[in-house]
Design a protein around this ligand. Structure first.
Ligand code: CMC
Length: 430
């Protein structure tokens, strides 16, 4: 396969160019176009990178037609059933499942990097009273680079490892602090006798005056959601982390950029948007009207939580979440009318030719918001929850990028459509 090429023929110039074929261990082959411009004078044009592989990666594989998602080769269904978020984070970063000793050491290190510096806590208090927690998270993660100078030398593998670990460890602390700020509650420090997800839930909900009664169902559900959101190959936020990383920027700046990319409603912001949409639809009776509106291109309205750039059959994460959603609501004794709206919406859309023809299925975010709501996590925090989980993927990709000898600064080209060369006209002559 190494010497396979595809001939590109420029009939106008009567010239043929051989493009090398690049293959991975799974998935479609790619054409290596790195020398295309030099050899032919042409660029490629691919808005949204629909047909472009930006890197080699051994972390996550998706088969969008078959609804397959593998982390380091392990099917998401098996990890969801048998693993934990922290073990998945180890797997994504290191490539293999840990032994008990390796996991113990990793857990111990993460646990002992959960505190934030007191100055950072004071810094958070400087936000306006109604700051969105994603704004606070984005700002505070970037600010970590002003605190941890011992991990800014990205040429040092040990500093890179430590930075990655710090980001995984501190993200829940910063996220919970942003939430507590929004409700004017004092920050709770991380309790190191608890495991990752339970520790986060304590930082979110514990009050100083009494112990927190935490449902094991809640911790289990959140752990599962974190596993499902941990990585998704070269999605918009991960590609952002890699693009910023390609410049040699420090890891905190890279991940802050990833958080900014995640915030958009076409990406991680969709879980917040889904719940708002379900609330606006209100009852199952209004579902057909909403579906009609989503089909009308002039309405500017899309069904949030529907569609995916890569999955054109079903999103395997959505299948797992859908099942979990019913179980969590039953176990917690929550009767949420929005679930009825969501189920009706799914039923109507999946039968509608518009959605069938375009292969638009519920994605991971369609049901996650309903679970977060049942766990009493406020809507503005939904994308923050996604960010905590995706940090594992972001740092795994950032580490991989810095071990890849082919890494170059990311610098796409363009098709220029502006004015052609013209002469400056002095102000008094215009
Ligand atoms: N509702 C109605 N129509 C839709 C939707 C939707 N949710 N999604 C896509 N379409 C239509 C779109 O109008 C287009 O129609 P046509 O071919 O007639 O022009 C066709 O389907 C293809 O859409 P696209 O925008 O070219 O597809 P894309 O791959 O560029 O976008 C997407 C993928 C996820 C951004 C898009 O489906 C969308 O906006 N979905 C809603 C937001 C959402 O749920 N995002 C979360 C994605 S999963 C989690 C994550 O990645 O963070």
């Amino acid at each position: 396969m190494a010497d396979q090429t595809v001939q590109l023929t420029d009939s106008a110039a009567n010239k043929s160019t051989a493009l090398p074929v690049v293959t991975g261990s799974l998935g479609d082959p790619a054409l290596d176009i790195a020398k295309l411009n030099k050899e032919t004078g042409y660029f490629t044009f691919d808005p949204g990178f629909v047909s472009t592989a930006s890197t080699r990666s051994a972390i996550t594989f998706i088969d969008g037609d078959k609804g397959v998602l593998l982390y380091r080769g392990y099917p998401i269904e098996q990890l969801a059933k048998q693993s934990s978020f922290l073990e998945v984070a180890y797997l994504l970063i290191n490539g293999e499942l840990p032994t008990a000793a390796q996991f113990g050491a990793f857990d111990d290190e993460v646990t002992h990097h959960t505190m934030m510096h007191e100055s950072l806590r004071h810094f958070l208090n400087g936000f306006r009273y109604d700051a969105h927690p994603m704004a606070m998270l984005c700002g505070s993660v970037a600010t970590l680079s002003a605190f941890y100078h011992d991990t800014l030398d990205i040429a040092d593998p040990e500093q890179r490892r430590l930075a990655a670990l710090r980001l995984i460890a501190k993200m829940p602390t910063l996220a919970a602090a942003a939430y507590r700020f929004s409700i004017d509650w004092p920050v709770r420090y991380p309790r190191n006798n608890l495991e990752y997800v339970t520790r986060f839930l304590h930082m979110m909900f514990e009050v100083p005056s009494e112990p927190l009664q935490l449902s094991p169902v809640a911790a289990k559900a959140l752990d599962l959601l974190f596993i499902l959101h941990a990585d998704h190959e070269q999605n918009a936020s991960t590609s952002t982390v890699r693009l910023v990383g390609s410049t040699g920027a420090n890891p905190y700046a890279c991940v802050a950029a990833g958080i900014a990319a995640l915030w958009g409603p076409a990406h991680g912001g969709a879980n917040e948007a889904v719940l708002k949409m379900l609330g606006e639809i209100g009852t199952a009776d209004n579902v057909s009207k909403a579906v009609e509106k989503a089909k009308d291109k002039n309405s500017g309205f899309r069904l949030m939580g529907f569609g995916h750039r890569v999955y054109k059959n079903f999103d395997p994460r959505a299948t797992i979440i859908r099942e979990m959603c019913h179980k969590v609501l039953a176990d917690l004794g929550v009767n949420d009318p929005l679930l009825d709206v969501a189920m009706k919406l799914e039923e109507v859309a999946l039968k509608d030719p518009y959605f069938v023809e375009r292969k638009l299925y519920p994605n991971v975010d369609f049901y996650s918001g309903i679970i977060y709501k049942a766990l009493k996590i406020p809507t503005e925090m939904f994308t923050v929850m996604f960010a905590i989980a995706r940090t594992a993927g972001w740092v795994a990709h950032w580490l991989e990028q810095h071990n890849d000898k082919d890494t170059k600064i990311g610098r796409p080209r363009q098709i220029y459509t502006g004015a052609t060369n013209r002469d400056y006209v002095p102000l008094d002559k215009r």
